[in-house]
Design a protein around this ligand. Structure first.
Ligand code: NDP
Ligand code: PYC
Length: 343
């Protein structure tokens, strides 16, 4: 495996070129650039440039509209609904968050459902954007059936990520953002690409046997994290992201998808809570006392801290050479009949 070093500015310019040359308008390009670059900046290589070939495949197959203009509406004072209009999720999220934040600041809580969009990214951008407005953020979404419920060997759940952000005065927010599978599928794919093994308990091969071989697991099934408890969280995410939004369960997303390798159609649920309203003006000091006790325990660290530390680094980021070559190829014009997604 060889890697090439790129500055964040070079990554940004590459990502902008690849989306513009594949039919995205300025608004969608800018939202996607922010999403992909923030993942590379924060060291989440499974959800940055690694996802670009999938995004482009979905533009070229016309599954996703690179010029989609999401529609935001307020169904009740606390409920914001976003119709992604068959576009990628980043713009739908960015369009809806200001309304969601206003609702939460006024009422103490706001809920946003996103439907009819395609999510292929990490979730911390949506919850961090709420935390930057002194709001608690919770976001979750489902995917395609690649995870077996606890005790089973057949897939039903997606890798169903859930993210949580807690605002902190004069500090980066507390954020966790995680798949509810033992490993995110993207991490297993990267282990496969790089010839690495994965921990026992990550998944089963196609015969239902435990395996440490990522290729065998990708051909078989992932397991939820944390046994039956993680399985219950994955089940909750499936219900919140599909049952509560009215969009696809993971098995329905698979049926609706054209299997182009890009993100399937689906929904997302985002909740915003104002601690100022729910707990009162002393909420921040009260919670900082708690964080002080947490951090005083040897061997611990708050989730999100590693990522925020990486964010501050100005050094070049390392990118897999074959991935870079592939993305450069995807920037180049292709024969008309190979580019059905372009207008
Ligand atoms: P990780 O297992 O890498 O990390 C999960 C969380 O645990 C992070 O917030 C991380 O914080 C925290 N953490 C890790 N180690 C420690 C530690 N020692 N002490 C305290 N906290 C710790 O994430 P996943 O691999 O599960 O997910 C990766 C990404 O994939 C996520 O961003 C997720 O949103 C995305 N994803 C997206 C999907 C989609 O459909 N769009 C589906 C599945 C996943 P820190 O970052 O600081 O290490
Ligand atoms: O890593 O599991 C994953 C994933 C699925 C969709 C986007 N990321």
């Amino acid at each position: 495996m060889a890697e090439i070093e790129l500055s964040l500015a070079e990554i940004e310019s590459l990502v902008e070129r690849v989306f513009k040359s594949n039919g995205c308008d300025d608004s969608n390009t800018e939202a996607l650039v922010r999403t992909v670059v923030s993942a590379e900046r924060d060291g989440c290589i499974s959800h940055g440039l690694f996802r670009v070939p999938g995004y482009v495949a979905s533009l070229r197959s016309r599954k996703v509209d690179g010029k989609a203009e999401p529609q935001v509406s307020k169904k009740t004072p606390a409920l914001i609904q976003v119709d992604g209009k068959s576009g990628f999720a980043p713009l739908a999220i960015e369009r809806g968050i200001p309304e969601l934040a206003s609702a939460a600041k006024l009422l103490g809580i706001g809920i946003m459902t996103i439907r009819n969009s395609h999510h292929f990214a990490a979730l911390w951008p949506e919850v961090e954007s709420l935390a930057s407005q002194q709001l608690i953020g919770i976001a979750c979404l489902n995917y395609m059936p690649v995870v077996a419920p606890f005790g089973g060997k057949a897939p039903l759940f997606g890798t169903n990520p859930i993210a949580f952000a807690w605002p902190r005065e004069n500090n980066t927010p507390l954020v966790f953002d995680m798949a509810t599978s033992a490993m995110a599928q993207g991490e297993v794919q990267i282990a496969d690409r790089d010839g690495l093994s994965v921990p026992l308990g990550t998944g089963l091969d196609a015969h239902g046997n435990m395996s440490t071989n990522p290729r065998d697991i990708l051909d078989g099934v992932l397991l939820p994290f944390g046994g039956y408890k993680g399985s219950a969280i994955a089940l909750m995410v499936e219900l919140l992201a599909a049952g509560a939004t009215g969009d696809h369960f993971s098995y329905e997303a698979e049926q609706a998808d054209n299997c182009d390798g890009g993100p399937p159609p689906g929904g997302e649920l985002i909740i915003a809570i104002s601690p100022e309203v729910t707990a009162g003006p002393d909420w921040s000091r009260h919670c900082e006392d708690f964080f002080t006790r947490f951090e005083a325990i040897d061997g611990t660290r708050l989730p999100g801290m590693r990522r925020h530390r990486l964010r501050d680094g100005t050094e070049n980021r390392c990118v897999n050479d074959l991935l870079l070559e592939r993305i450069e190829q995807l920037c180049r014009p292709v024969a008309q009949n190979d580019r059905p997604g372009l207008a």
